[in-house]
Design a protein around this ligand. Structure first.
Ligand SMILES: [Zn+2]
Length: 351
């Protein structure tokens, strides 16, 4: 039996290949011992079977080679910066004449008290310095917008910055590669993860008010963010654009996919997805959203989709378990695999 490669941060005994098997004759067989029937495999691998002292040998590729069944899906990932309120900062609240600085100017403003600068000569914000209120999403659960000078700031806070660090994105991509290997699809990030500023156009939107607590509304914010993004990047419709951001307004949602045929908002046949950066890796959210994008299908239990398991994308089941839970299925159905492999717009020849 061919198993996925190991997961980061999961005990060896809980890995797919970590379970001892029963050989049917003597008893339990340890991992990688003689007669172990579970083996790690990649889409470039093969299985070799020998019979009677190698007198007969047969080699079978994991993915067909003639023609090559393997495909590459190219993605580009962006991490948004933490939400802030563009209401200005006040250096001295005790002075009744002081006016807020930086109101509505589209950028995060603060008073650089210690004068420190980065390599490009730009001011560096440090916690404790007066600032516009921001949400320190990268340090835990969604809390409230707080100003830099707030004395009750969470001591673990790292100030204003990206909603998550790039390692998290790389881990999501690794999980997605494990999930899609069974469809002989490799996911390639074509440029390094980039941290991007929040588009100015979204600052007046609901994303940025005290009530929303910085949650992402996928009916409005997605369109604003994508439109602003198109201004700054040359994009094409054969790549999937992935945005990591805050939690979603829709309860329980970890991500949202806009496949190229989706008409939630006019995105001209581009494929994109937004993922909450608090989504635990074991839910394989990126892998799941890629399933929507490749198959053009929704979730079985939502909206106008029939209730069917025809197009489940791991780990979508009536109850969603993480990928290290023994009683969840890690398999895609063969119908899902066939449906996704048909996406000639996005899937490229293997390299
Ligand atoms: Zn879904």
């Amino acid at each position: 039996m061919m198993m996925a490669n190991d997961l980061q941060g999961v005990s060896p005994l809980s890995q797919d290949d970590g379970y001892p098997v029963y050989d049917g004759v003597i008893g339990l067989v340890g991992d990688e011992d003689m007669n172990d029937r579970t083996h790690k495999a990649s889409i470039d691998g093969y299985v070799k079977v020998s019979y009677k002292n190698n007198s007969i040998e047969k080699t079978v590729d994991i993915c067909n080679r003639d023609p090559d069944e393997r495909r590459v899906l190219e993605i580009r990932c962006f991490i948004l910066k933490e939400p802030f309120l563009d209401v200005g900062y006040v250096s001295d609240w005790t002075n009744p004449n002081s006016k807020p600085i930086g109101v509505g100017n589209g950028k995060f403003d603060f008073d650089n008290l210690n004068g420190n600068k980065d390599a490009n000569g730009l001011d560096i914000f440090d916690l404790g310095e007066p600032s516009e209120p921001f949400l320190d999403y990268s340090c835990g659960e969604n809390k409230d917008f707080r100003r830099g000078e707030d004395p009750y700031f969470n001591p673990d806070s790292d100030g204003w910055g990206a909603v998550i660090n790039p390692d998290y994105v790389l881990d999501q991509i690794k999980r997605a590669n494990i999930a899609w290997a069974q469809a002989c699809i490799k996911i390639n990030e074509i440029e390094p993860v980039e941290v991007v500023d929040i588009p100015e156009e979204t600052l007046s939107n609901n994303w940025f008010n005290f009530q929303s607590k910085g949650k992402f509304d996928f009916l409005n914010d997605a369109e604003l963010i994508f439109n602003a993004f198109k201004e700054n990047y040359i994009i094409n419709d054969q790549i999937v654009y992935v945005f990591f951001n805050t939690d979603m307004t829709k309860k329980g949602a970890r991500g949202i996919a806009y496949d190229s045929r989706n008409t939630h908002f006019p995105h001209n046949g581009h494929s994109l997805t937004f993922i909450s950066a608090h989504s635990e890796l074991g839910y394989r959210t990126l892998a799941h959203e890629i399933g929507h994008i490749l198959s053009y299908l929704g979730d079985p239990d939502y909206g106008n989709d029939a209730i069917t398991d025809r197009h489940i994308f791991f780990p979508r089941t009536p109850i969603i378990y993480m990928d290290n839970t023994p009683f969840t299925t890690r398999r895609l159905t063969s119908e899902t695999v066939e449906e996704c492999q048909k996406n000639e717009k996005l899937l490229k020849p293997y390299y």
